[in-house]
Design a binder for this molecule. Sequence first.
Ligand code: CP
Length: 312
Amino acid sequence: MLAYPDVAKRNILSMQDFSNDDVQEVIKRAEDFKHGAKIELAEPVYVANLFFENSTRTHSSFEMAEHKLGLTLIDFDPQHSSVTKGETLHDTLLTLNSVGVNIAVIRHSQEEYYTPLVKAPDLDIAIVNAGDGAGEHPSQSMLDLMTIHEHFGHFAGLKVLICGDISHSRVARSNAEILQRLGATLEFAGPEQWYDSAFDRYGKHTTIDAAVADADVVMVLRVQHERHDPSESFTASQYRAKYGLTDARAIQMKREAIIMHPGPINRGVELDSDLVANPQCMFAQQMRNGVFVRMALLERVMKVRKLGGLHE
Ligand code: CP
């Protein structure tokens, strides 16, 4: 038996743990925070950010969200921790939990690294998944949903084209399932060898040239060089010419359609550089919304666990 039966609610692990109503609730709360809502903690809540893979956006926006919520941050740098001496992730968490950390925000290269941890009877620490290999990226998905919702006011009937390195993308994996469940129609484009037939259930694989003019959302993914065998890669110009969102392709988009990118961007590869500043491109908006979505997700976990005097 699990130490805590309601694992999905007590942690943030996968978008599949969120009902459609949960998603709307998180977006609503993130909008409240964006408009200045504040919370008061009755007692301290301690959080550590454990990033075993590099990050700019997710790490800095979780940290900003934690400051804005009044959480107390406990420094953790894998390179200067006992992980370098072979300590397991479980034992790292046991240590942080023992010294009083309540929430661990974790990015790790291993898919579903969290499964044994949330079942461990000796751990009572909330896990917030900040990306598990090519698995999922729930907080990125939530900020993407918030950004789409801000622009269109709904999801049903929207045509979303997800372009690029699909098979290695935790962003595509988190977004495809929830966007379909919320009523959007999906298509995928990009190299065949970076497509995964597991996505067939969400929409068809096509080409960017065939789909770009009809899409409401063109979600461009980063080419994840670090997850590729060099023999299966492209030169930047080959990739851009065949699969990238170039200026010429962007001109074909509907005027009200939007461009999204989770970042970091390989400028001039999957996305032409000047498109980042195009008013149709939501890149900066996505990053801004990331702070408020992460505030809402952290508050949700604190309420379920009754941390800081909060409750549901
Ligand atoms: N989108 C995203 O996860 O970016 P970082 O890798 O910089 O956190």
